[in-house]
Design a protein around this ligand. Structure first.
Ligand SMILES: Nc1ncnc2c1ncn2[C@@H]1O[C@H](COP(=O)(O)OP(=O)(O)O)[C@@H](O)[C@H]1O
Ligand SMILES: [Mg+2]
Length: 556
């Protein structure tokens, strides 16, 4: 109950009191001595009580700064004759909904500190302290230095303005935060050196909180710089990560296309040829110096230019969603067209006519196939798919990449029909894969497939699945970009070893990503709270999943 410091004075009190009333206990004292003893006793008791009170209230009575006055809740400290310093202390109350999630708290805190920093001028300093004893809480201390030879009234007004502005700005930027002035009686306590208050800004070193993404491991700049970690280390991925295929996911507007552009440019600088299949025509704005094929300039594709006709059939099957009988019939038709070395409406119809349709089902299959293939032979399709002066599996790389063009953008947005876009892009991909199989490692090529969900009908796509499973060894790597991981195949989720995950709002998509990446629990909670451009990156070269703010590419 009593500690060492109070027991001694207590004994003194007891002794004093006993002495005071001790006449009845002992006959040693005479009357004239009694008055003296009473006075001594009283004196000892009063002194002891004063010592106790002093000890109890010592901290509160401690005045650290001698030269100060408190006015209007502002503490004015005279550092020397020409220099004064004005302090205000505001109590900082945070209502974070999810207090248990350290990442969320960290992020709020980080935003707060950045906002404070941005809103201070050169004469003002601010810091945050946390005190547990004797007054509990976290406080923002704002301190303004007086202008040399400035009048104290103007200084005071400037200080109040600064504090008020900070309060308004912070409360509107961070609605969970309240900043309330505290009464000046607490100032001495908080500014006393005896108060065990921790300076918590800069927070990363002072609070001791290590968020999951800054766990003690080296984040290397890597071969391709992507951006920065939250504690401002430069971070990137290695070429090996690119060669293990990349999947970039995130809701619309989360920053995927920007990230893919950063990677594409980085890969190019490291000597990989990059082909971007640009579904919406966004990359031309983001990447400078790329070779862009658009409008009339889109290279024509020879639909019979494959070195393996079965793979063309697979492609048509995937892109046009053909049934098994339709695939079979497509195979027969294609073989005949190859033999005729012709691909146009007339030859196609001639070949179809030659096929016996004595049973109902064959007739159904025939007409369904015709309906699905016909628009590759007329209108826009006719311009894109033709044998003359066209790209095939033997010339595709030389045709797309001149010796100086290492980064090529195919602007698919100029093609109106989604089916044609898909078909066109898939033919390029197929021919590149066939080229590289014939000439293994003649080139290393990264193909960026934006809006990749558009290439997956029925959730599987034989060509893409095969490339992602087997084509690394031939030098073909994929970067698939999608807002809808639930629409793409499991092969892709499994085999894209480098995953860059931007914010995801949909619960289904979130679950798929969590399952396929074994996402750290703390980070998973954070998935729907990431800002634009922030992502969680998991790749073979990193020991842990990390949070990265991707650098923003400027549009030009
Ligand atoms: N790392 C980033 N930092 C800041 N802003 C970004 C970043 N990435 C993208 N943005 C901005 O966000 C918007 C959407 O980006 P975008 O890459 O097109 O997203 P998505 O492809 O996911 O729809 C664009 O206006 C872009 O300028
Ligand atoms: Mg996009």
């Amino acid at each position: 109950m009593f500690d060492k410091r109070t027991i001694f004075p207590l004994i003194l009190i007891v002794l004093g009191t006993l002495t005071l009333f001790g006449q009845n206990v002992t006959n040693l004292f005479r009357l004239y001595q009694e008055t003296l003893i009473t006075i001594v006793g009283l004196f000892v008791s009063i002194i002891t009580i004063l010592i106790l009170i002093y000890k109890k209230y010592k901290n509160k009575m401690y005045i650290f700064f001698k030269n100060f006055e408190i006015k209007n809740n502002i503490i004015k400290l005279n550092v020397n004759d020409s220099n004064t310093c004005l302090f205000s202390i505001l109590k900082l109350e945070v209502k974070v909904q999810d207090q248990k999630n350290p990442v969320y708290v960290m992020k709020n805190f980080h935003n707060l500190l950045t906002s404070i920093e941005k809103n201070l001028d050169s004469t003002t300093k601010a810091y945050i302290i946390t005190s547990l004893y004797p007054v509990k809480g976290t406080y923002l201390v704002v301190c303004t230095n007086s202008e040399p030879n400035g009048s104290s009234e103007i200084d005071e007004k400037r200080h109040i303005d600064t504090v008020y502005r900070l309060k308004v700005i912070l409360e509107s930027i961070e609605p969970d935060i309240r900043l309330n002035p505290i009464s000046s009686s607490k100032y001495n306590v908080l500014l006393s050196p005896n108060v065990p208050a921790a300076l918590v800004s800069p927070f990363l070193t002072a609070t001791g909180i290590r968020p999951p993404f800054t766990r003690a491991f080296e984040v290397s700049g890597g071969d391709i710089e992507l951006g920065r970690t939250i504690d401002n280390q430069t971070v990137g991925i290695s070429l090996n990560d690119v060669e293990r295929h990349i999947l970039i996911v995130g809701s619309t507007g989360s920053g995927k296309t920007n990230t893919a552009a950063v990677i594409a440019e980085g890969a190019k600088e490291k000597g990989i040829k990059v082909l971007i299949l640009d579904w919406h025509g966004e990359y031309t704005k983001l990447i400078q110096g790329a070779k862009v094929y658009s409008k009339e300039g889109l290279p024509r594709i020879d639909p019979l230019g494959s070195n393996k006709i079965e793979e063309t059939v697979e492609l048509l099957g995937d892109a046009l969603d053909l049934t098994e009988p339709q695939r079979f019939l497509a195979y027969v038709v294609l073989q005949r067209l190859v033999a005729m070395r012709q691909f146009d409406l007339t030859s196609f119809l001639t070949v179809l006519k030659e096929i016996d349709d004595d049973s109902y089902w064959i007739r159904d299959v025939k007409y369904a196939l015709m309906r699905k293939l016909i628009f590759t032979l007329v209108g826009d399709g006719q311009k894109l798919f033709s044998r003359e002066d066209s790209v095939n599996a033997y010339n595709v790389v030389e045709r797309l990449f001149d010796s100086n063009d290492d980064l090529v953008v195919i602007d698919l947005s100029v093609i109106d029909s989604d089916v044609l876009k898909r078909l066109y892009a898939m033919f390029l991909l197929l021919y590149i894969s066939q080229y590289l199989k014939k000439n293994p490692n003649s080139y290393r090529i990264l193909v960026v497939l934006d809006e990749a969900q558009n290439y997956f009908i029925n959730k599987n796509d034989i060509i893409i699945d095969r490339i992602i499973r087997e084509w690394r060894k031939f030098g073909l790597f994929l970067c698939l970009v999608t807002q809808s991981p639930s629409s793409i195949s499991e092969e892709v989720l499994k085999n894209a070893n480098t995953k860059i995950i931007h914010t995801i709002k949909s619960n289904i998509d979130k679950k798929i990503i969590m399952d396929s990446t074994a996402l750290d629990k703390d980070l998973a909670d954070y998935l729907d709270k990431l800002d634009v451009g922030e992502c969680i990156c998991t790749c073979p070269s990193k020991k842990a999943q990390i949070l990265i703010k991707i650098k923003k590419k400027s549009e030009f």
